[in-house]
Write a protein that binds this ligand. Structure first.
Ligand code: FAD
Length: 408
């Protein structure tokens, strides 16, 4: 069953971003031979005081996956910033809710981590695994799923053969398109402006999020006192924010955050990302599986995108290990359908919840505003409900893939 010749592998993964690299690592640790095709080498060096513009709030489930893959400790050496509390409030009224990890006996609610830290730790780990061959820089330009064993052709003409191809090539997945898998979804009509800023007051290891009709504004705490902000707003306003000089941007940001952390003293470079809900109609085809953003993109307001992607990867590993143990082919459609069943419903639930949140809080109609304020305050007062939401945010509720469970 396990195959390893010059260009023949158990699994070919297109896309070595955070999700594709984690999947390659996990499958290699289970003894699968892997080809990982990635177009860009990860960033290796950056000035010590420079903070990546792209950060992710990683859940406890993701932390366990990364720990079990042997990379969390390396990430912690570079920089991970725990956040212990979360404060969410509504710009259109007096509603607010506060989550505290201590209330459920947990040390934190998750960690804010620069994407390049996660990426580099995974990439270096892959370098030490004999089962993985990395093709980088390289890109998959064609696939053939109708052969006995599927193939992926690289841009330089090299052909890789495998029992299974995995598309981990991001939101605009070329492999998804090549396989004829369509997506459903819509533009949110918002762009996310991201920047790293230094507020006057301590962030108190708390993630702050203010909901405004134009979109949510989040302050994610980093352990050097700075915050990484994600400001979702109309495309026009996003463009204006990017055009402001630093002092004017800091003033606008201070006002938009109701100076919850005092004045904003400094702001680094800014970037914007158009936001779109996107969900693949199918996660699998014969010989192909989609993971991470190739399967789904979600509004960043709850910081779930890569966390869902890591769970996709962990679930796929369980299913492929079980299938090969039972003597079934990894690329077999019945095997892959189990993966689709395991992940599609869960991801759809999160996509719908985030979409609902975005719509509810983007609305300025008075009765809706009153209801959502009342809802926030009632939930804040209802301890068991709040604890349940906190545990869900940790990502540790329900049936988890093996890699996301506590290890000894
Ligand atoms: C503003 C913003 C804030 C966010 N905040 C959070 C957060 O707090 N928490 C969270 O969980 N998520 C967050 N997300 C979402 C998160 O960034 C994504 O879900 C995550 O990066 C997806 O990872 P991925 O590996 O699936 O895809 P990508 O990161 O897109 O990686 C895809 C990789 O595939 C490579 N590639 C593409 N095409 C090919 C090809 N043909 N051949 C070979 N390689 C190819 C690319 O070079 C790339 O490295 C946020 C997103 C945004 C926009």
């Amino acid at each position: 069953m396990r195959v390893k010749t010059a260009n023949s592998f158990d699994v070919v993964i297109a896309g070595g971003g955070m999700v594709g690299s984690a999947l390659a690592c996990a499958l290699a640790l289970e003894g699968f031979s892997i080809a990982l095709v990635e177009s860009r080498e990860p960033v290796r060096k950056w000035p010590e005081d420079e903070l990546d513009l792209r950060v992710s709030a990683l859940t406890r489930a993701s932390q366990r996956i990364l720990h079990n893959l042997g990379v969390w400790e390396r990430m912690a050496e570079m920089r991970v910033s725990p956040y212990r509390e979360m404060h969410v409030w509504d710009a259109g009224g007096a509603g607010s809710i506060h989550f505290d990890s201590a209330e459920i006996g947990e040390p934190d609610l998750g960690h804010i981590v620069e994407n390049r830290v996660t990426q580099l730790a995974l990439w270096d780990r892959l370098g030490g695994l004999a089962e993985v061959r990395r093709f980088c820089p390289a890109a998959v330009s064609a696939i053939d799923l109708y052969q006995n064993r599927p193939t992926a052709t690289l841009e330089d003409g090299e052909v890789l053969q495998a029992n299974l191809l995995v598309a981990a090539d991001g939101a605009r997945s070329a492999l998804r398109g090549m396989a004829g898998i369509v997506t459903q979804g819509w533009a949110y009509g918002q762009h996310a402006v991201v920047a790293n800023v230094r507020p006057q007051e301590s962030h108190r290891e708390t993630a702050w999020q203010r909901f405004m009709p134009s979109g949510p504004l989040a302050f994610l705490p980093v352990n050097d006192g700075r915050c990484s902000i994600v400001w979702s707003t109309s495309p026009l306003h996003a463009k204006e924010l990017l055009a402001l000089d630093e002092a004017a941007f800091c003033r606008e940001l201070g006002q938009a955050s109701e100076h919850v952390l005092g004045a904003i003293l400094e702001a680094g470079p800014r970037a914007q990302f158009p936001l779109r809900l996107r969900h693949a109609k199918n996660y699998v085809a014969r010989g192909l599986a989609l993971v991470g953003d190739a399967a789904h993109t979600v509004h960043p307001l709850a910081g779930q995108g890569v966390n869902l992607g890591f769970l996709d990867a962990a679930a796929l590993v369980d299913i492929l290990v079980d299938a090969t143990t039972a003597g079934r082919q990894p690329g077999d459609l019945n095997t892959l359908r189990r993966y689709e069943r395991a992940r599609k419903g869960a991801n759809m639930g999160m996509l719908a919840a985030m979409d609902g949140f975005k719509r509810l809080f983007s609305n300025d109609i008075l009765p809706l505003r009153l209801v959502r304020n009342l809802g926030l305050n009632l939930t804040d007062a209802a301890t068991p409900v709040k604890h349940l939401i906190t545990r869900r945010a940790l990502g540790t509720l329900g049936e988890l893939p093996r890699l996301a469970r506590l290890s000894g």
